[in-house]
Design a protein around this ligand. Structure first.
Ligand code: ADP
Length: 243
């Protein structure tokens, strides 16, 4: 029964995924067709490069932006649907996050303080490293969007009950109970069209479940948001710290 239920849930979320994607791609293609309609002016006798060239350039820019949105969606979709292609390996979460830190600082800019605290002991997990990086960057992008006036983004790594715990907190706008309830659903987003795909947290959920871990959120409007990930600790690497 349990397996059947999971199977049905999966079919349902695939259906949701498909209709969300078709909707997004329809919008994107509609925008591209709209912009390329400009090309008809090229065939008109009154085409005047001085006045029409800037409009053409603008239309091309619109096409480029729309196409970039399509690429972003299909990338996220790939990491969501190709979980069979994940290549898990053992890596230290603390080291991985240290490596990501420069990118995080760049993503947040100067108005947000980025804090990373890691334990002295190794925190080795068994996951697809590229997906882990993507998921961390997505948590960060969400935190940035939640803190338009700046704030603090902190990542705490720890070992709890034989598991690796990761806490990602921001001092942003927080979430209502209604948003929290739906946040992990594929294609749920509160962001303006074109800015959110609603896949970030669904992918994070997938990655965590696939790694045998759990992911939950604590938040309240105006109180910031904290995501907690718990992952099984992989066997310590052979070349662990001596002593
Ligand atoms: P997206 O970022 O594309 O909207 P996600 O799945 O990553 O998709 O997030 C879904 C929704 O969850 C967001 O639109 C937002 O409403 C909410 N959310 C996620 N992270 C945060 C956060 N750190 N603070 C406030 N709301 C958040």
């Amino acid at each position: 029964v349990q397996a059947r239920l999971l199977h049905l849930q999966r079919i349902e979320s695939v259906g949701q995924l498909a209709s969300g994607v078709s909707h997004d791609f329809n919008n994107i293609l509609g925008a591209i067709i709209g912009y390329t309609a400009q090309r008809h002016r090229l065939h008109e006798l009154d085409y005047d490069p001085a006045t029409d060239a800037p409009a053409m350039a603008q239309a091309l820019e619109g096409v480029e932006l729309a196409a970039q949105r399509g690429v972003a969606i299909s990338r996220k979709l790939l990491s969501f649907s190709r979980r069979e292609l994940a290549v898990p390996s053992d890596f230290d979460v603390a080291a991985a996050l240290s490596e990501l830190q420069p990118m995080l600082r760049q993503l947040f800019g100067s108005s947000v303080a980025v804090e990373l605290s890691t334990p002295a002991l190794p925190c080795v997990v068994h996951l697809d490293r590229a997906q882990f990086d993507l998921v961390m960057l997505n948590f960060a992008a969400n935190a940035r969007d939640a803190m338009p006036d700046g704030g603090t983004f902190s990542i705490q790594v720890g070992l709890e009950e034989g598991q690796v715990a990761l806490r990602l907190s921001d001092t942003g706008v927080g979430m209502s109970a209604e948003v929290m309830r739906q946040a992990f659903e594929p294609f749920f987003t509160t962001k303006p069209a074109g800015q959110g795909t609603g896949l970030g947290l669904a992918v994070a959920q997938e990655l965590t479940q696939q790694g045998g871990g759990s992911l939950w959120v604590d938040s309240a409007p105006g109180q910031g948001t904290r995501f907690t990930l718990r992952l099984p600790q992989a066997a310590a690497p052979l070349t662990g710290p001596a002593g």
